[in-house]
Design a protein around this ligand. Structure first.
Ligand code: ADP
Ligand code: MG
Length: 585
């Protein structure tokens, strides 16, 4: 005898449902992601329980998820043969929202409403909170759930229109597992054919959000439907009324979840091409797994070449976030700093909500820790290339060095690691770049400073009058021609204890600062005499050029040019001035 009960939703659940149903949800498609994720969890649970409980009489030979549409009834069904629920489970899990944040969320939404914020804000708050099963009511005006818990005989039917109450009744002859049937709202239909009834739409949503779910997601296409024979992996459908074909929609290939030893290079590269839309193989693959309190897997790639829009204002970061194989977001800025925006890949964190938002991620301590670790990994991988595979390192540096150097401005925690990666042109060798460590190893006796000069290109820098004294005296000078060089050299004080010194700025008094020798009596007398000899000329130059220069002084830095312009130690360089002007500052 089946008893049908009509029960009321808990007050908070009811309020939340109202919001889900009546707020404009920016991305309704995610309801399917939520239901598939619940089904996948249920399959995991059944498999685990059958392993640990030999008495459980459950068939785990073909665990899977099936999606079915019925265009006459306008229903979409998500079916799994997983653990299922008892009647009590249904009341507890589906009738109530056990989540602790509900009250807080509702208060926030109310506050937003009182401040006359738009509905969209309420929607985004709901999105942050995560409504799981209830997201079905974004697209359905009635939801029916049939379920039977593995190891029990009694089935349960639950049904609701999401308004204030739900009914619950016993049911007989149900298979083990859960079936969620959505009676789709008419308003989502296009051309009279419900959007979420269309096979292409379902395929697309599954591909986007659930491709790596580890259980097969099959779609039953009616014999007359659009399913192609090629994709069919079975044609038996005993549950349905019409025998059709079953098409598996997801690839299930979550490479990041497999042990490194079991993944071939070809597979890594194929995966890279799939997520990056690159046609070339990556320069380097980084695959890691973190265990402990916050578990995650990361599969990252250094591309071999820069995308065309690397420097455009809104280039996206290349790391996607997954939660237990469910796609959450592209371009996850909380996981990768801007200066590593070229890194592509996937991070799969196990303990996050499916509805976690960018805002929440930005402030999450765990995520900050993950990001710190990923950055170290990436910088370490580049460093490793530098020592073990110089050619590849040089290619990566040529493509991305300009971006990586932004890290010297953005990321003070990693200044030392970043400086180790820097390669720059130098007067030492016209053909090859040098690392800072190599520069230091060639410094003259008593030289403490790393000399550099910035400019638009190598020729301009080499022909600068500032170079003369240094090259004449055999000092090596770094030739820095990227716009970002102007900025970081100004902000990073030293490499390995050696100060950076622009030879175009301030006093570069080679004999005093570098050779440490005290001026002899004779040299001092010499200087004094020169000062006297040139006093009149200097005074005349000073008055004539007063509008344009701060000070005219005698210098020892030139050998053949009669004069040069020097900036104050803290002035903007001409290139930087130009850059700021171009940016409208
Ligand atoms: P969450 O998945 O974050 O727990 P949901 O609202 O999506 O929140 O689901 C609530 C609970 O209902 C789940 O934790 C699970 O116990 C139960 N549930 C939902 N769908 C299924 C299903 N297909 N099979 C078994 N249990 C389910
Ligand atoms: Mg869920």
């Amino acid at each position: 005898a089946s008893t049908t009960e009509t029960l009321e939703f808990q007050a908070e659940t009811r309020q939340l449902l109202q919001l889900v149903i009546h707020s404009i949800y920016s991305n309704k498609d995610i309801f399917l992601r939520e239901l598939i994720s619940n089904a996948s969890d249920a399959l995991d649970k059944l498999r685990l329980e059958s392993l640990t409980n030999p008495d459980l009489d459950a068939d785990t030979s073909d665990l899977h998820i099936t999606l079915e549409t019925d265009s006459d009834a306008r229903t979409l069904t998500v079916r799994d043969n997983g653990i299922g629920m008892t009647r009590d489970d249904v009341v507890d899990l589906i009738g109530t929202i056990a989540k602790s944040g509900t009250a807080g969320l509702l208060a926030k939404i109310k506050e937003a409403k009182e401040n006359k914020d738009t509905d969209t804000d309420a929607a985004s708050l709901i999105g942050q909170f995560g409504v799981g099963f209830y997201s079905a009511f974004m697209v359905a005006d009635k939801v029916t759930l049939h379920t039977r818990r593995a190891g029990t005989d009694q089935g349960t039917v639950w049904e609701s229109d999401g308004e204030g109450t739900y009914t619950i009744a016993d049911a007989t002859d149900l298979p083990v597992g859960t079936t969620v049937t959505l009676h789709l709202k008419a308003e989502d239909s296009e051309d009279g054919l419900g959007d979420y009834l269309a096979a292409w739409k379902i395929r697309q949503i599954v591909k986007q959000y659930s491709d790596f779910i580890r259980w097969p997601i099959r779609m039953a296409t009616q014999a007359t439907g659009t399913g192609t024979e090629d994709d069919a992996d079975s044609s038996i459908d005993t549950d349905g009324e019409t025998a059709g074909t079953l098409e598996t929609l997801n690839s299930m290939k979550a490479l990041w979840a497999r042990p490194r030893a079991e993944v071939s290079e070809t597979e890594y590269h194929e995966f890279y091409r799939q997520i990056s839309h690159d046609w070339q193989d990556p320069a380097q693959t980084i695959h890691m797994r973190a265990e402990g309190t916050f578990e995650y897997e990361a599969l990252l790639f250094l591309p071999a070449h820069a995308p065309f829009d690397l420097f455009s204002r809104d280039t996206k970061r290349g790391v996607q976030l997954y939660v237990k194989r469910v796609f959450i977001m592209d371009d996850c800025d909380a996981l990768m700093p801007n200066y590593l925006r070229f890194v592509k890949g996937v991070v799969d964190a196990h303990d996050l909500s499916l509805n976690v938002s960018r805002e929440i991620l930005q402030h999450d301590r765990q995520i900050t820790a993950v990001r710190r670790r990923l950055v170290k990994k990436v910088l370490g991988a580049i460093k490793n290339l530098q020592t073990t595979n110089t050619d590849t390192y040089l290619k990566v540096w040529e493509q991305f060095g300009r971006v990586i150097k932004e890290g010297l401005i953005e990321d003070r925690d990693n200044t030392d690691a970043l400086l180790e990666l820097v390669s720059a042109a130098s007067t030492h060798d016209p053909e090859k770049t040098t690392t800072l460590r190599e520069y230091v190893s060639r410094m003259k006796d008593g030289q403490n400073t790393i000399y550099y000069l910035t400019g638009e290109n190598r020729a301009m820098v080499e022909n600068s009058p500032h170079m003369e004294a240094l090259t004449a005296k055999g000092y090596e000078v770094l030739i820095l021609t990227d716009p970002v060089d102007e900025v970081w050299t100004d902000q990073v004080p030293a490499f390995d204890g050696h100060r950076f010194q622009s030879i175009a700025k301030g006093q570069v008094d080679l004999d005093d600062t570098d050779t440490d020798t005290e001026d002899s009596e004779e040299a001092k007398a010499n200087k004094a005499r020169q000062k006297q000899d040139f006093a009149a000329l200097l005074a005349w130059l000073q008055t004539t050029l007063d509008e344009h220069v701060k000070q005219v002084r005698l210098s020892t830095r030139l050998t053949t040019s009669p004069a040069c312009l020097v900036g104050d130690a803290h002035d903007l360089t001409p290139t930087l001035e130009k850059m700021y002007r171009a940016m409208g500052q």
